[in-house]
Design a protein around this ligand. Structure first.
Ligand code: S3P
Length: 446
């Protein structure tokens, strides 16, 4: 389903206090661990987004009883590590890369075979990154051929081997929490220890939650390696309730908008501030942004804070290496902020953006050009020239990518005239209340 969003700029100062929907990454994991627990668990604060719903539907199809208690709240009857049963049909993961990759890890050790698929965008995303380590563990993972030789794409066929999986030591070429989490989920069922090593530290929600559940997992001091050793563990996960914090990746759009629109002052309550995710806050500060954490606290092993942000003139910056990974989902938004900043910005080491919900390097470059911004596209990043002499209102194609659509909306708030963003239905995958949140702060969108 396609949709169109119209944003009227230049916005008046944005002001107000609000919360954002629950963290998408943590939401998937909370539901999965709820399903694998040994009893009834309640998960609260879920985003209501389509991506998390896909994980819930898949687990339901795999035999887990899940009831909705109210907005963002689910009651899950955990069935233990061995309790899943074959679904009647294919598991449709929609647009959700996290669903298909985490479920692949969960289903790889099962004795039955599962079929996992998704929408046209998901079916174009590479899956060898999870297939390779899972195959090395002894699992069956097959997929469709596609545009790149040696790569596989959904639909995937996963699981169905009679033998127990083996523990492995695996060095991933990409820093990816989806791959790491798939391997760790499979490792719960393996016959020996698994060590997962990555080139930069990706988000560590899975490790934190497993530790919270008493699973024998340890991480190296530099965060680059996680070891899960199930030998001697009784392979039971306790039933545990989770309160999902607000999604920093959603809050970022409101903070970005507040930074760009002169006179703005916005407070976003209860946002997850896991250090493996806070690259955006560091980049915004390096650009001269005024954002601060208030009332820092812990919620189920995850750091949470309220985030206050005031408009500020921004300057260009450089983003590379570990910072790129810590800000990976916010890079299109950062590129938009860079377009409104004084001086150039370089984003490097971001080749992963090419295989997100869209090719986010190409899509971001196209969105900035539509606004009249000078931008150079590179294989692994972007160079944005900084504030053009004159912005023009744009017609933007989001390529079905929620974060491209929301980044374009933020850009439009600081540009005179009316911007049209096409193909925006997928905003609902992560931030279903995006439009109402911005409207609540005083922006004009329809
Ligand atoms: C996610 C990990 C990241 C991120 C995605 C969510 C997760 O993907 O971009 O939005 O929940 O594990 P990669 O693991 O592919 O980097």
């Amino acid at each position: 389903m396609s949709a169109r969003l119209i944003v009227r700029g230049r916005a008046r100062a944005l002001a107000g206090e609000l919360a954002v929907p629950g963290d998408k990454s943590i939401g998937h994991r909370a539901v999965i661990f709820g399903a694998l627990g040994g009893g009834r668990a309640i998960v609260q604060g879920l985003s209501g987004g389509e991506d998390n719903r896909r994980t819930v539907l898949a687990l339901t199809a795999l035999g887990v009883a899940i009831r909705e208690l109210g907005p963002g709240a689910l009651e899950i009857d955990g069935i233990g590590l061995d309790g899943l049963r074959a679904a009647a049909g294919a598991l449709d993961c929609g647009n959700s890369g996290t669903s298909i990759r985490l479920l692949s890890g969960l289903l790889a050790p099962q004795r039955f075979s599962s079929r996992l698929t998704g929408d046209e965008y998901l079916r174009a995303r590479p899956m060898m990154r999870v297939a390779e380590p899972l195959r090395l563990m002894g699992a069956i993972v097959d997929g469709a051929a596609g545009k790149k030789s040696g790569e596989i794409y959904p639909p995937l066929t996963v699981g169905g081997t009679a033998a127990r999986l083996h523990g492995i030591t695996y060095s991933s070429k990409v820093a990816s929490a989806q791959v790491k989490s798939a391997v760790l989920l499979a490792a719960l069922q393996a016959d020996g220890p698994t060590v997962f090593v990555e080139p930069e530290q990706s988000r560590d929600h899975t490790e934190r939650m497993l530790r919270h559940l008493g699973v024998p997992i340890s991480c190296s001091a530099d965060g680059l390696s996680a070891t899960l050793d199930p030998t001697g563990w009784d392979r039971r996960l306790p039933a545990r309730d989770w309160q999902v914090p607000g999604d920093l990746s959603s809050a970022a759009f409101l903070l970005g908008a507040a930074s760009l629109v002169p006179g703005s002052s916005v407070l976003v309550r209860g946002v997850g501030c896991n250090p493996t995710r806070t690259g955006f806050l560091d980049v915004l500060r390096a650009m001269g942004g005024r954002v601060e954490r208030v009332a820092e606290r812990d919620q189920g092993g995850e750091p949470v804070a309220d985030l206050r942000c005031f408009a500020a003139p921004l300057r260009g910056t450089e983003i590379a290496g570990a910072l790129t990974v810590r800000a990976i989902d916010e890079l299109p938004l950062i590129a938009v902020l860079a377009a409104h900043a004084d001086g150039p910005t370089e984003i490097r080491d971001a080749a992963e953006l090419r295989v997100k919900e869209s090719d986010r390097i190409a899509a971001t470059a196209a969105l900035l050009r539509a606004f009249g911004v000078e931008v150079e596209e590179r294989p692994d990043g972007l160079r944005i020239a900084g504030r053009p002499a004159r912005f023009r209102p744009a017609i933007v194609d989001s390529h079905g990518d929620h974060r491209i659509a929301m980044s374009a909306a933020v850009c439009a708030l600081a540009v005179d005239g009316e911007t049209c963003i096409d193909d925006t239905a997928n905003i609902a995958t992560s931030f279903p209340t995006f439009q109402s949140a911005l409207s609540q702060l005083g922006a004009q969108l329809s």
